[in-house]
Design a protein around this ligand. Structure first.
Ligand SMILES: NC(=O)c1ccc[n+]([C@@H]2O[C@H](COP(=O)([O-])OP(=O)(O)OC[C@H]3O[C@@H](n4cnc5c(N)ncnc54)[C@H](OP(=O)(O)O)[C@@H]3O)[C@@H](O)[C@H]2O)c1
Length: 294
């Protein structure tokens, strides 16, 4: 069965509703290189075309492993990666490394990664910031579209769009996010009116909603987003998520309300840590006893 496809903002591209979050195909998540390559190939064989990754993920292993498939199947894939560095020169170096790891000479989309507060937005978009590197890279053809990502406060992205016409934005869109600082309420209407593509993430709540895979995915697919990425680290997860996507029927209002009632008790800091403004900030990771990348 084929998945529903949707236009990706004003880019002229369309993608299936389920896309691939590439952060977790790494040793750190008990995924071997052989398994990673098999998972990415299977995703492509079953119709997934959009692959998200990032320079910072697991010291480059996530990009490097994706690159081992990109090398053979580049034309089938839309590649989105990210810069963590907010400076023009640092971001440029990260882009060059990303291209090398991904074994390609361009990425379809390059994001200013995890704008967790307004100070980080200022750093990215100010003089000498990474946005300048993105514009230059786009002129050179190394990057085709410029993007950003955020999971804390939708008003940061509202302000980002005031500053620059981003082509797309990756935003937190789980059912838990409905209840606090909602990108669905505060950002999607603006993005959609401007033809900015939107990608939903955190739809399984980083593990908080894995007992509710089917309803969590159906909830996210029912939102007015262009596509949804899910972090997948086993073939079984991929197959299950594809099955849900292929049989997708939008949630009714009654179904959504029942789902909210069943999960509202999970709306608490320990279950949705990505809402904390310092969650993506590496200086806080040690303090919080967290070794992993955001
Ligand atoms: N700021 C940013 O730009 C940013 C930040 C973080 C992530 N990302 C991107 O977003 C992608 C998605 O990650 P996320 O953070 O949004 O997390 P998520 O997709 O909400 O959760 C991913 C986790 O859900 C579990 N899972 C997936 N499918 C499952 C299934 N069918 N059954 C049971 N469990 C399942 C897996 O966890 P376990 O097997 O470990 O339980 C998986 O690692 C990442 O891969 C990355 O590409 C972007």
């Amino acid at each position: 069965m084929r998945m529903e496809t949707r236009p990706f903002g004003s880019t002229g591209e369309s993608f299936p509703i389920l896309s691939f979050g590439g952060q977790r195909i790494v040793d750190e998540h008990d995924c071997s290189e052989e398994e990673a390559i098999e998972i990415v190939n299977r995703a492509l064989d079953r119709g997934i075309r959009y692959f998200d990754t990032g320079w910072i993920y697991s010291g480059g292993q996530a990009e490097t492993r994706l690159g081992k498939v990109v090398k053979h199947r580049r034309s089938e894939m839309w590649l989105a990666t990210k810069t963590w560095d907010t400076t023009r020169s640092g971001a440029r170096r990260q882009l060059e490394q990303s291209l090398e790891r991904l074994q390609t000479d361009y990425v379809n989309e390059w994001r200013l990664h995890n704008v967790w507060d307004f100070a980080r937005l200022d750093a990215f978009t100010g003089q000498g910031g990474a946005l300048e590197a993105a514009v230059q890279a786009r002129e050179e053809g190394l990057v085709h579209h410029i993007s950003t990502s955020c999971h804390t406060d939708p008003q940061i992205l509202v302000e980002a769009l005031r500053r620059f016409p981003f082509d797309s934005a990756l935003v937190a869109a789980s059912a838990l996010d409905h209840f606090i600082l909602s990108f669905v309420e505060e950002f999607l209407p603006l993005a959609n009116a401007r033809g900015v593509a939107t990608i939903g993430m955190k739809v399984l709540g980083l593990g908080s909603l894995t007992h509710e895979v089917e309803r969590s995915l159906r909830y996210a697919f029912s939102l007015p987003v262009s596509t949804v990425i899910v972090g997948m680290e086993t073939l079984a997860q991929l197959e299950q998520n594809l099955d849900v996507a292929e049989s997708f029927v939008p949630m009714s209002d009654e179904e959504r309300l029942a789902f909210f009632q069943d999960i509202v008790h999970l709306v608490q800091p320990s279950k949705m840590p990505w809402k904390a403004p310092d969650w993506g900030n590496p200086t806080q990771w040690v303090a919080r006893g967290r070794g992993r990348d955001p």
